[in-house]
Structures are given as structure tokens and as C-alpha cells.
Design a protein around this ligand. Structure first.
Ligand code: 5GP
Length: 106
């Protein structure tokens, strides 16, 4: 699904792109800034697989999240259906702005 945004089949603004990843705004934002950082490859379903097989790509995702958040931020990888993951193409949620201090989730 995310790959179809990258290819232009589904509308969606690409807010940042590198050789290996791209960034879009979540369609249902949970904070004033809610970005999704997504590897271009569909090879990894979740962050555990990604960390095991391509830690450099995971590190790039974290660095890009930090660059784009514009200050303090929360980085979330929903991992598995029971944790709310709905798209099994690994992606990081970057939440920033107006976060309630010390809380997790919403
Ligand atoms: P997950 O629940 O798998 O962690 O995250 C999937 C996210 O993708 C959800 O937060 C959902 O709002 C977002 N999403 C689903 N479909 C689209 C879409 O077509 N465009 C964008 N920009 N985000 C989407």
C-alpha cells in the first residue's frame, strides 16, 4: 500500500525521500506532526525483522525522524496485529508537537 503512494498510484505527498526511504504524512494524524518513515523495500514486515537484517537502514529511519520532527518527538513501531499494526511493510510513526508529557499512545 505505501509503495503505491511512492509510485503515484495512490495520492499522497512525499515530504522527504532518500535512496532507501521516503516519508509521508499519516492520513489520520494523532498529533500536530504525524509522519510515517517508510523503507522503499517491502522486504521487512516489522522493525524486528528490519533490525536483524538491515540495522543501517533502521538507523537511517531514526536519523530522518529526528531531522524532520522539528524538536522532541515520539517514535512508534506498531509490531503485530495485537499492537495495532495494520500495514505489514515496516514504518515508523513520528509524533511531535502537543504531546502530553510522559504518556504513551493517546
Ligand atoms: P499501523 O497501524 O500499521 O502502525 O500504521 C498504518 C498507518 O497508515 C495508520 O496510522 C494509517 O492512518 C496510515 N494510513 C493508512 N492508509 C493510508 C493512506 O492511504 N495514506 C496515508 N498517508 N496514510 C495511511
Amino acid at each position: 500500500m505505501f509503495s503505491r503512494i511512492l509510485s503515484g498510484d495512490i495520492p499522497g505527498e512525499i515530504v522527504h525521500e532518500t535512496d532507501r526511504l521516503f516519508v509521508i504524512r499519516d492520513i489520520a494524524p494523532k498529533a500536530p506532526v504525524h509522519l510515517l518513515v517508510i523503507p522503499k523495500t517491502e522486504q521487512y514486515a516489522n522493525v524486528v525483522e528490519l533490525a536483524a537484517e538491515d540495522p543501517a537502514l533502521l538507523a537511517e529511519m531514526v536519523a530522518v525522524a529526528g531531522d524532520l520532527a522539528g524538536g522532541d518527538f515520539r517514535l512508534i513501531f506498531n509490531t503485530g496485529e495485537g499492537a495495532g499494526q495494520t500495514v505489514f511493510h515496516v514504518h515508523a510513526h513520528v509524533l511531535a508537537g502537543g504531546l502530553s508529557e510522559g504518556s504513551l499512545g493517546d
